[in-house]
Design a protein around this ligand. Structure first.
Ligand code: VG1
Ligand code: CO
Length: 556
């Protein structure tokens, strides 16, 4: 096939954020915008580079995905890529893509998703590059992509007819191979190797009144849920809802939290559902929520770590170490301490866990943003987390029948204490206002530090404060300015950082955490328990003064 080199002009702002490049669809639709970014991505691929490489391609099926895949096919061919493995109709959940990259020993993958951001012609699209371990590219690679975008004045492509993405099979055009694969098979196989499906099925059989409801929020996990929950685990079809992937997610946010998964929340409460769960647009997030029992993601990963020995995968590999992102509560740290395991605190973003997993030092990790996972792949994994909980419940019930989500949580608090945790998001704040607030905070903890440490706000006295910096223990790379932390003498904590996944203005994230070993508090309402700390966070940050916002957009 003849290669054409097309002249183009670099675009500003093609800098990958926490998890790839995310912008409005309209921005990606600009002339050569997507082509430029793909060219820069291929140019930045780690050695031996794009030529003769194999790449996995797929995404959450959001609006503009199929157009983007046709562009990727042509630009990949133009750059001498030898093979693309593409999910049928362009569909691959983020964890399924990570698994395929590993299983097929591909050199990397291009994931088309903006995760939990809304989709459709007026909403978001995203492109993320994953490396050969199946995980998101590290900052060294994403920085290089950005550098290439700034000088991208040519891209290479081959003219070819549109490829039919709906037909499973292999086609080779002039030495360039395109393989369309079933989106679900390999992933379903993986989960069957990890968990005790027989035990879970048996539990459902023994407990016909145990109600389960999974909500796909019209994201990518629908077909995965149907295969795993209905076909493999034998639940009824009415146990899953919103499981048809839609390019605009039915017009809502495919974000599994109490605000955006409202239809699940209502049904769980109204129909006394024992086990409710949801996943996000690209299938890497999860929410676990039963009647009167919401599991915070920080608690969820701690519970999974505490019960890991009932999961066949960990029986085989052992638990090598635990980790969390910095803003995530320290509940998992307490499990690590009790079990004598290494614990790591990394910046926000799953890419920071990959090196630790590759080095054999990390098995289970999580983020407060509804991300939970393990070293079975190199992405967080929504369906994995949900099946992990089912496996734990099934195993615990063999010894103590009648135990559900709430009992497991309360037992956990009795052993480890409770880390109350909440996050306030202020979305689409004017960037200038958000930056001024951050400057104010950096001043407090920088030049003003001597005055700030030891100061008392309400019942809290400042013990330490910094802007989180991480040195990767494996490759020594340093990531600075990852969020302002203010730690009080009683161990309570405030973290403030700006989001790196938004596509419009700035999103301020405020995280608060308070630890309690007071048994009478274990069933308290999170927002009530944290109210005094939140007041202090707002006072210190002057958030309302800087942004004019009296209330957050979302509380999780
Ligand atoms: C958010 C979350 C972070 C998560 C990231 C990607 O990033 O806070 O924990 O890893 O989204 O998740 P930020 O920079 O906006 O806070 V997903 O499901 O979008 O791939
Ligand atoms: Co996601």
């Amino acid at each position: 096939m003849p290669v054409k080199s097309i002249t183009t002009t670099p675009y500003d702002g093609q800098k990958p954020g926490t998890s790839g490049l995310r912008k409005r669809v309209k921005i990606f639709q600009q002339e050569n915008y997507t082509q430029n970014f793909i060219q820069a991505t291929l140019d930045a691929m780690p050695s031996p580079g794009a030529k003769e490489s194999t790449l996995v391609v797929g995404g959450d099926g959001r609006y503009f995905s199929t157009e983007a895949i046709q562009i990727i096919i042509r630009v990949a061919a133009g750059n001498g890529v030898s093979k693309l493995i593409i999910g049928k109709n362009g569909i691959l959940s983020t964890p399924a893509a990570s698994n395929l990259i590993r299983k097929r020993k591909a050199n990397g993958g291009i994931l088309l998703t903006a995760s939990h951001n809304p989709g459709g012609p007026d909403n978001d699209f995203g492109i993320k590059y994953n490396v050969s371990n199946g995980g998101p590219a590290p900052e060294s690679v994403t920085n290089l992509i950005y550098e290439y975008t700034k000088k991208c004045n040519k891209y290479h492509m081959c003219d070819m007819p549109e490829i039919d993405l709906s037909k499973i099979g292999v086609q080779t055009i002039d030495g360039f191979t395109i393989e369309i694969v079933d989106s679900v098979n390999d992933y379903a196989q993986l989960l069957k190797e990890i968990f005790n499906f027989e035990q879970i099925k048996q539990f459902f059989k023994n407990n016909p009144n145990f109600k389960v409801l999974f909500d796909g929020l019209h994201g990518v996990t629908g077909p995965y849920a149907e295969r795993i929950f209905v076909e493999e685990l034998g639940l009824s079809r009415s146990s899953i809802q919103n499981c048809t992937p839609l390019p605009d997610f039915g017009g809502s946010h495919p974000d599994p939290n109490l605000t955006y998964a409202h239809s699940l929340v209502e049904r769980v409460e109204r129909e006394n559902v024992n086990f409710g769960a949801a996943s996000d647009g690209d299938g890497d997030r999860n929410m676990i929520y039963g009647k009167n029992a919401f599991v915070t993601p920080s608690d969820s990963v701690a519970v999974i770590a505490a019960h890991a020995e009932v999961i066949p995968y960990f029986q085989k590999t052992g638990v090598k170490g635990l980790a969390r992102s910095m803003p995530t509560s320290a509940a998992i740290d307490l499990v690590a301490k009790k079990k004598g395991l290494e614990i790591f605190e990394v910046p926000t973003g799953w890419k920071f866990f990959g090196n630790l997993m590759d080095a054999g030092r990390l098995s289970i990790c999580g983020e407060e943003s509804f991300g939970t996972g393990s070293d079975h792949i190199r992405e967080k994994d929504g369906v994995w987390a949900i099946v992990a909980w089912l496996n734990i419940i099934a195993a615990v019930n063999e010894k103590r029948p009648g135990v559900g989500i709430k009992e497991i949580l309360l037992e956990h608090y009795q052993i480890y204490g409770r880390n109350f945790f909440s996050r306030y998001d202020y979305e689409e704040v004017e960037s200038e206002c958000a930056n001024k607030m951050v400057e104010h905070l950096r001043h407090l903890i920088g030049v003003g530090k001597d005055d700030f440490i030891g100061k008392t706000f309400g019942q809290f006295t400042v013990k330490e404060a910094d802007d989180f910096e991480y040195c990767d223990p494996i490759d020594g790379s340093v990531s600075k300015n990852q969020g302002v932390r203010i730690i009080f003498t009683d161990g309570s904590r405030i973290v403030i950082r700006l989001s790196g996944t938004g596509s419009q203005g700035a999103t301020i994230r405020l995280y608060v955490e308070k630890y309690s070993q007071n048994v009478s508090e274990y069933e308290s309402d999170t927002q009530e328990a944290l109210k005094p700390l939140i007041d202090v966070a707002l006072q210190i940050s002057k958030l309302q003064e800087f942004t004019g916002r009296a209330k957050p957009t979302v509380i999780t």
